[in-house]
Design a protein around this ligand. Sequence first.
Ligand code: GDP
Ligand code: IMO
Ligand code: MG
Length: 425
Amino acid sequence: MQVDVLLGMQWGDEGKGKIVDVLTPKYDIIARFQGGPNAGHTLEFDGQKHVLHTIPSGIFHNGKMNLIGNGVVIDPVIFKKEIDNLAKQNVPYQERLLISRKAHLILPTHRLLDAASELAKGKDKIGSTLKGIGPTYMDKTGRNGLRVGDIEAKDFESRYQALRDKHTQMLDRMDFDYGALAEMETEWMEAARFMQSIPFTDSEYYINEALNAGKRILAEGAQGSLLDIEFGSYPFVTSSNTICAGACTGLGIAPNKIGEVYGIFKAYCTRVGSGPFPTELHDETGQRLRDIGHEYGATTGRPRRCGWLDMVALHYAVMLNGVTKLIMTKADVLNEFQNIGVCTAYDVDGKVSKHVPYDQSAAISPVYEQHQGWQSELSADAALPKELEAYIKFVEEASSCPISIVSLGPDRTQTLIRESNLQPA
Ligand code: GDP
Ligand code: IMO
Ligand code: MG
């Protein structure tokens, strides 16, 4: 068996949570492999909306296992809140959830350091979600971090304090007030202890043994390829490998075990936080996309920046990830538009190119192609309007990749599956 991977092709919020939920019936295990509570994955079914930050999006399905892999960073406080929400809805999470011992812990001081770092950057700030992601991955690669497995150690609290003290010295040097820390720490330590009620696992063995036993596994990406630490618009990126390669390191699976790679993208583009966004629309059209698409962050509530679909960036993401099937979401948001723009190339100082340039802060003028809108409602039970079919065909040809699923609304049922082998079992 192989591990299929589902990844965001843009700057996050492409609808990963919804589609993982739709695909879960085909799998036995859903595994998160990177990122942390900077993610906000939304699912809707039976008239209810659920937002997950750390917990994989297969958690609502009976008989499925959900693994938080070693590449994920976990804030125990946010994790416990997610669990409390699931408990309120009588979701039997205990029998569906596993955590890797090697996943790193986000300390309260990581969050404070994130805030201090953003403050120091001033107008050049990254626009971080302030969940402590960057500082936690810095401690991981700097070989200072605390891991989930450490919670079981006798000297956990003293190890926590040693790292905390290192952080407060840094905060002192940055002249950052951390008066609220004591209160944050009490809640954090309680939540860290609570985590022990979920099985900790050596997840690299778990996942490889599951593969050998013929289990079907879906790896759920967080963020998007254009926020990848290597290939995103650095430094305006997150601190993990959001691309397919991250599934190998974040779960302990070999590259030759990767099967299908699903690349999910919105029919237009959004970005939250700072950084280059060549097709951003600062006009009424951008505001219309935001209003109709309810483009406000699932984690921070911040308004998302909106613009037309960028094929240069999508092609780049398809290339980096080895995408085998594309998934288009939020097609319905374009229902009312008479014309739809698509960027097919970048003009940088008069030079037209289909490559993402090294310096993305340079003035990029997108070269647009206009597509006719369909100006009608969409339904998963009816044929798609011919203009939408033409839009889909255009993207398939420009990306050399088939679009296997088209999402027509936030609900589980508002999904058009174009390939029979993807129909839920
Ligand atoms: P994720 O981070 O990739 O899981 O995406 P988010 O949950 O942050 O943002 C996607 C938003 O779009 C959520 O509010 C979803 O409920 C919603 N959504 C997902 N697919 C569709 C779709 O096809 N149409 C519409 N209108 N909304 C969608
Ligand atoms: P999901 O999984 C959209 C953005 C932040 C910021 C940058 C760095 O829901 O798609 P960080 O908190 O990682 O230091 O922020 O990355 N960002 C996201 N944008 N969706 C996400 O996750 C994101 N996670 C981080 O806005 O620009
Ligand atoms: Mg999101």
